[in-house]
Design a protein around this ligand. Structure first.
Ligand code: ZN
Length: 161
């Protein structure tokens, strides 16, 4: 079957930047699984998957506007160091996760004081043109439970929450 609204899709991917450096990949790991048409993926990637079927492979290039957005200068914030998640000891340049009113956000540490850190809240991939090499592994219809939740529950019905 072809990928359409409410398909549950499994795919492997290799993510590269415009220079061809590999940024991320599902190779050797579980395939990505998502519910199509419910904003589970980057919009440009989801659009490229529309109509594809298991066994299809393709490459899609996403400009920043269809990926993680443009980088904004002065997109800085001061947060208590105690709220940084992801490591025990921090240094400038490291990436951390903070909890905001919009959920988890990846940030980059710019400066560290005694109790407060100055962080860049641009997404680490903001401003980058991204290239995804995609290998569609499986396409199936969503279960009623998945539709009620608005997300996929994994290949074996395992509940990821
Ligand atoms: Zn669920």
């Amino acid at each position: 079957m072809q990928i359409t609204l409410n398909s549950v899709v499994q795919f492997h991917f290799v993510l590269k930047d415009a220079d061809g450096s590999v940024l991320d990949s599902s190779t050797g790991k579980d395939a990505m699984v998502y519910l199509h048409g419910h904003d589970g993926l980057l919009p440009g990637l989801e659009k490229a998957l529309e109509g594809k079927a298991a066994g299809d492979t393709f490459v899609v290039t996403l400009p920043p506007g269809e990926a993680f957005g443009e980088r904004r200068e002065d997109n800085e914030m001061r947060v208590p160091i105690s709220q940084l998640r992801g490591a025990k000891k921090w240094e400038p340049g490291m990436q951390a996760v903070i909890q905001t009113q919009y959920g988890h956000q990846e940030v980059t540490i710019l400066k560290l004081g005694h109790t407060m850190a100055t962080v860049d809240i641009n997404h680490p991939l903001a401003g980058k043109t991204l290239q995804f090499e995609v290998d569609v592994v499986d396409v199936r219809e969503a279960t009623s439970e998945e539709l009620a939740h608005g997300h996929a529950h994994g290949p074996g019905g395992h509940h990821h929450h």
